[in-house]
Ligand binder design. Structure first.
Ligand code: GSH
Length: 226
């Protein structure tokens, strides 16, 4: 059985956006797994991985850290299962998309939901979360909350290429969903679980998010939204 380490918050919310990429990849491949929650500040719990972030996956003797490396591992270890990338060119393009999402979209989403996330992390992580997020965003959580409308406009602006794309094809990966869809979806699942506010206006992107929520027997939808 594959073991996945991911963040656990209040009411056992499994809210790590990067771990959601791995969760969706495992569901896509039809691989059963056991998910273990860790606190963000508890680095000892994942020290065996050699790093300080989740997701971490253990599959037999193999320990893999970093969501992108895990996706590559799953693709090469389980080639007979449904593909995450659709071949080597697809793998390269998906990695390009992974970098773009991480560099362009994660920060605007974080700025928008960070104060709500703070209210839902494990109480023992509140101080650590505040300190690290305020450093990353260069503002206090209170300032982030006040700047909500501006953060929403910024997020809507940077998401515009995805709105345009999803009017042309049903999935980020084209005719069928694959790992690129899960990369983008992880941001919305994070918001869905940790913020009471809708982050998407009506349109192609919101309709796509609903389709991803229905995938794999409603695997991601089964997790309660805030
Ligand atoms: N590039 C890494 C990023 C992983 C990451 O930043 N994970 C967050 C949780 S979503 C984390 O573990 N943060 C711990 C910390 O900031 O101390 C990946 O794709 O796995």
């Amino acid at each position: 059985m594959i073991i996945l380490w991911e963040l656990g918050g209040r009411e056992d919310r499994r809210y790590s956006l990067f771990s959601w990429r791995t969760r969706m990849a495992l569901a896509h491949k039809g691989l059963a797994f056991d998910a273990k929650p860790v606190r963000m500040s508890d680095k000892a719990a994942i020290a065996f991985s050699g790093g300080k972030t989740v997701p971490v996956v253990k599959d037999g003797e193999a320990v893999v850290r970093d969501s992108w490396k895990i996706a590559e591992y799953l693709e090469s270890r389980y080639p007979e299962k449904p593909t995450l990338f659709g071949g080597t060119i697809g793998q390269g393009v998906t990695q390009a998309f992974n970098v773009w999402v991480d560099r362009v979209l994660v920060l605007p989403m974080l700025a928008l939901i960070v104060a709500d996330v703070h209210e839902r992390v494990d109480p023992a992580d509140e101080h650590y979360f505040r300190e690290s997020m305020e450093k990353i965003l260069k503002m206090t959580l209170e300032e982030a909350r006040k700047g909500r409308a501006e953060a929403m406009s910024r997020l809507t602006r940077v998401l515009e290429p995805m709105q345009a794309l999803l009017k042309r094809q049903p999935w980020i990966s084209g005719a069928q969903p694959a790992y690129a869809d899960y990369i983008l979806f992880s941001l919305f699942q994070w918001a869905r679980m940790m913020s009471p506010h809708e982050v998407l206006e009506e349109g192609a992107l919101r309709e796509w998010r609903e389709r991803v929520l229905d995938l794999h027997g409603g695997f991601a939808r089964r997790v309660a939204s805030t």
